[in-house]
Design a protein around this ligand. Structure first.
Ligand code: SF4
Ligand code: SF4
Length: 209
């Protein structure tokens, strides 16, 4: 039976093991000191994501400012995590009426029969899989590259329509308003009968060009 360490007859580590093994070990450390550092200094330094990274959602607009969402709920049905809640409502072609609570009750918000009156995404449930954006028939719903979604409040992780809607770009008009670019078919085909508003070039970009 072989002697166990510490037992009588155990000769301990050889001279090579005592001298060479620590040198070999520190050699690994020394070589690594000159390799390219891969540690990311987040959040001090933020690196760009991959172009098709699945981040926070966005509800898009047509060039005249109308919303692309038609409140069809296909995104909600496609979601495997039950993270989307949509309530559709009818568009009307009047100038819009305001209810007792100050919210608009009628008017045109999208270029379809209906629009998304209520739209919520619960980021406590969302797994950012992207199935909802594949299901959307009007490309109203897309995903941005924004990934900083952490919060310490459950309520603030339920994003409302106002949090998800794309901002109004120069040349766009805040809905409700009539369809400015043609019929609803023209919108869906991108074959506008009226000139598309040309976004004004921001002053900073003018100065750079
Ligand atoms: S990304 Fe996936 S989990 Fe998140 S809302 Fe869309 S379908 Fe649901
Ligand atoms: S985002 Fe797209 S799929 Fe979802 S309700 Fe609006 S139009 Fe329908």
């Amino acid at each position: 039976m072989a002697d166990q360490p510490g037992q009588k007859g155990d000769k301990g580590p050889s001279l090579k093991e005592q001298l060479w093994d620590p040198v070999a070990g520190f050699g690994v450390t020394f070589r690594t000191m000159f390799r390219k550092v891969v540690t990311e200094q987040y959040p001090k330094e933020k690196l760009p994501t991959a172009p098709r990274f699945h981040g926070r959602h966005q509800l898009n607009r047509w060039p005249d400012g109308l919303e692309k969402c038609v409140g069809c709920e296909l995104c909600a049905w496609a979601c495997p995590a039950d993270a989307i809640y949509v309530e559709g409502a009818e568009n009307t072609d009047d100038t819009g009426t305001v209810g007792e609570d100050g919210t608009r009750e009628s008017g045109r918000y999208s270029a379809g029969e209906r629009y998304g009156r209520v739209y919520q995404i619960n980021y406590l449930r969302c797994i950012l899989c992207g199935l909802c954006i594949e299901a959307c028939p009007t490309r109203a719903l897309t995903m941005t590259n924004e990934y900083e979604l952490a919060d310490d409040s459950r309520a603030s992780l339920i994003y409302e329509k106002s949090d998800l809607l794309a901002p109004l770009l120069p040349g766009m008009e805040q809905p409700p308003h009539p369809m400015r670019l043609g019929s609803d078919d023209d919108y869906y085909r991108g074959d506008y009968q009226q000139p598309v508003p040309v976004p004004a070039v921001p002053a900073t970009e003018e100065a750079q060009s």
